[in-house]
Structures are given as C-alpha cells and as structure tokens.
Ligand binder design. Structure first.
Ligand SMILES: NC(=O)c1ccc[n+]([C@@H]2O[C@H](COP(=O)([O-])OP(=O)(O)OC[C@H]3O[C@@H](n4cnc5c(N)ncnc54)[C@H](O)[C@@H]3O)[C@@H](O)[C@H]2O)c1
Length: 272
C-alpha cells in the first residue's frame, strides 16, 4: 500500500479526503502567528484560539500591560508598539506562518465634520500597517511554502453606514488588499481572507453603545436592538470567541482552497 506523506505546505491534519476527526496533534503545532491589536476584544480571542491550537503567538498591541499579561497566559511573546507609526512594523518578527491583521479603531462624525488627522490615523492603522505587516511577513511564508493571512474586516468592509467614513473606507481598502494578496500568494501555498463580523461584544462596541445611549437618551439594550442591530436579522451581539473560531478555521487543514474570500458573520445584515 502506498504511504501518503504530509505535503510540506500543509499543517498536521487528518488524512486528506478522510472524515473530519480531532487531529492527533494540534493543527497549528510548530507554527508561529502574529496578531495585531491582540490585547483586547477580537484580537485577544484570536490569540487565545491560535495558541490553544498549538501556535506560538506574537501578541502585538500598544496596550503594554494587557499585551504582556496575555502573552504570559498563552505562552506567547508580547510586542508593545504603536501601529499608528507604520515604520514600527520593521521591528516586528518577519518569520511567522499566520498573520491576523486586527488592530483597529473607530471615529463617528459626518464627513463635513470629520477631523482629517483622525481620518488619516484610521487609514494608517487599518490599511497601511496591514500592508506593511504583509510586505514584511509574506516572503518568509513564500519561502516555507505555507501561510495564512486573516484580515479582520467588518460588515463595513462590504456595506456603508453614515458617520463612519474613515472606518468604512479603511475596511473596504483592507478587502482590496486581502484579495490582491490572495492572487499573488496562491502559488506559494498562502491564503488570504477577510472575516466580516457585524457587531461583536468588545470594548470598542461597549463604548459605542454607552455613547449612543447617552446621545439618544435611551437604554443600552435599546441601542443594541433598535440602532446597532437594526439591519441584522439576529438581534444579538456576536461573541469574540465566535470570530476567533472562524479565524482558526481559516488557518486549519481543510480551508486551503478558501482564498480571496470574505466570510460574513453578520447575523444576516448583508443578506438584507
Ligand atoms: N467589535 C466589533 O463589533 C467589530 C465588528 C467588526 C469588525 N471589528 C474589527 O475588529 C478589530 C478589533 O476590534 P475590537 O472590537 O476587538 O476592538 P478593541 O478596541 O477591543 O481592540 C482593539 C485593539 O487594537 C489595539 N490598537 C488600536 N490602535 C492601535 C495602535 N495604533 N497600535 C497598536 N495597537 C492598537 C487596541 O489597543 C486594542 O487592544 C478591529 O479592526 C475592528 O474594526 C470589530
């Protein structure tokens, strides 16, 4: 009988074509991951999930204490840097197998009143920095013949909302970057995808809920159901761990053909 060898570009996995079974070794054993904005919310959940799957995780965030605490908890390495200075990316590790471009921020104002420096900052952190991170890490992935890029986009990478010009612009740009990387990287065993959540229960959103409740003089519950989730069929916030599960799946052994895609997890928002 012919013995099948694990292709160099695939992680430890169940037999190709066989039924899905729990892998004998964690799917990302021996792999290294870099997660930006890893100290909080979705990034934190991603770092935890990737580490639980066996990866050594570089925890990148400007929130020093939280990054260091998380790195210790998951046996990773903290990198305390401000990603609004894109040149800082050149100080981060280049040899990683998985990149999760996650760091982000929001600012809400109509276009005519939107501070230009705030607009530029959001493009730097959410577009230029991901570009620079990929520019730095893709050559190593190409050399090793395997890699996974997951860009945390948003329903706002696919749809617009008023008053979020910088955020919607940045997420649409990230979608474009992700697709270009998918095309360039395919021949090297590297995939690039976006995950596009609706509202996730994280500090970024908790702050928006509190702001809107104050502005409109209504309860936080009303803000969530009537304002935030108005366009979502499911009237419930997404949990960060659910986003992390999708990210992990995109880094796993069964998703090598998924590239250039945008995985909506928005409670039906974009179906509407
Ligand atoms: N929460 C949501 O509803 C939601 C929905 C869709 C997409 N997203 C996206 O998910 C990503 C994470 O959002 P979250 O809700 O977890 O936010 P969060 O505020 O909980 O976490 C963001 C993290 O990014 C870090 N960060 C921000 N600017 C940074 C900088 N200049 N340098 C270094 N680190 C920086 C913060 O310190 C923080 O730890 C963002 O890209 C966001 O756009 C969030």
């Amino acid at each position: 009988m012919e013995t099948s060898r694990r292709p160099d570009h695939e992680p430890a996995a169940p037999a190709p074509g066989g039924p899905t079974q729990p892998p004998a070794v964690p799917v990302l054993a021996g792999r290294t991951a870099l997660v930006t904005g890893a100290a909080s919310g979705i990034g934190r959940a991603c770092a935890q999930a990737l580490a639980a799957a066996g990866a050594h995780v570089h925890v990148v965030d400007r929130a020093g204490e939280a990054a260091e605490r998380l790195a210790e908890e998951i046996g990773g390495t903290p990198w305390v840097v401000d990603l609004s200075e894109p040149a800082v990316v050149d100080t981060l590790p280049a040899d990683v197998d998985v990149v999760v471009n996650n760091a982000g921020l929001q600012h809400v104002a109509p276009v005519h009143a939107f501070p230009p420096e705030r607009f530029a900052l959001i493009q730097r952190v959410m577009v230029e920095t991901p570009f620079r991170v990929l520019r730095r890490t893709l050559p190593g992935m190409y050399e090793r013949g395997w890699g996974r890029v997951v860009n945390i986009s948003s329903v706002h990478g696919l749809r617009a909302s008023p008053y979020k010009s910088a955020y919607v612009t940045a997420k649409h740009a990230l979608e474009g970057l992700s697709k270009v990387v998918a095309l360039e990287a395919a021949e090297h065993g590297v995939t690039s995808n976006c995950v596009c959540p609706g509202y996730v229960r994280t500090p970024l959103v908790e702050n928006q809920i509190a702001d809107q409740a104050r502005t409109h003089g209504v309860s936080k519950e009303e803000v969530v159901e009537r304002v935030m989730l108005e366009r979502s069929a499911i009237k419930r916030l997404i949990e960060p761990a659910d986003v992390a599960e999708a990210v992990l799946w995109l880094c796993g052994p069964r998703t090598g053909h998924i590239t250039g895609s945008s995985l909506s997890m928005d409670g039906g928002w974009t179906a509407n």
